[in-house]
Design a protein around this ligand. Sequence first.
Ligand SMILES: O=C(O)C(=O)C[C@]1(C(=O)O)C=C[C@@H](O)C=C1
Length: 290
Amino acid sequence: MNKVAYLGPEGTFSELAAAAFSTTAARFPYRDIASCLRALANEEVDAAAVPLENTIEGSVNITLDQLVHRHNLPIVGEVAIPIAQHLLVHPDNVDERPEAVYSHPHALAQCHDYLTEQFADSEWLHASSTAKAAQEIAADPGLKQAVVANRLAAKKYGLTIAAENIHDFANNHTRFVLLSTKGAHMEPSLETSRKKTTIVVTLPSDYSGALHQVLSAFAWRKINLSKIESRPMKTGIGHYFFIIDIDHAYDDVLVPGALEEIKALGCEIRLLGSYPSAVIEANKEMEFTF
Ligand SMILES: O=C(O)C(=O)C[C@]1(C(=O)O)C=C[C@@H](O)C=C1
């Protein structure tokens, strides 16, 4: 893989994930997740590294919805990386109380308890990414705002860490997926024996027990599912599809039979990918490549 798109600017968690997927690929920052996926669809890049789910805040809906409704971009790898959120301030403002806290909405949500305790009276402002907030605050000390971002962003934009590890739960990880239409794959050092398959299931119609029947096809074969989530089909209230993560490869002995059984029930199945899945533990230094 030569070029990988990520949510920029430099210093986001997405850039850390892109570097974890490949230490050699050139990293290309984009202004939002939809632009990363468009760049891949338009073949400006060979791959995109985008967040899918966080242990504290849950799914990144924009990624799920873009993958289901807008594109046909296969998932070729997954890595869960540790997320340590810090409070950063401009070095000129270390002795002042910040007038607002600025960051990506997911980062603010991961620090909700801390921010409620420390900054209940301040405004919490949304940025397009953690590093974007850091970049803007670094450029204008007059703003007197604090930023929630990682250590890499502090270093890159010359901000001071005023408080460390402000996320509300210790085990904070975000799952990122690598998407590619060009046969890109993740760093061999990350490859584990764990394989996962993600499918989108649409039920034929809303009748009692429909989802139960789908789940039974997995249950009696003892196929473990690691996630099931309903998302709106965007066609009307009460219309949902299900995104299901299966803890096995697509061609694993019992999986094809389960999927055939679900199709025989009249369900539509779309494969989003079958891929190796890795976890980087919290004690591993993530900024090693920068
Ligand atoms: O803003 C960033 O640094 C990102 O990479 C985005 C993002 C997200 O979308 O959840 C990624 C990981 C963290 O959970 C917080 C923010």
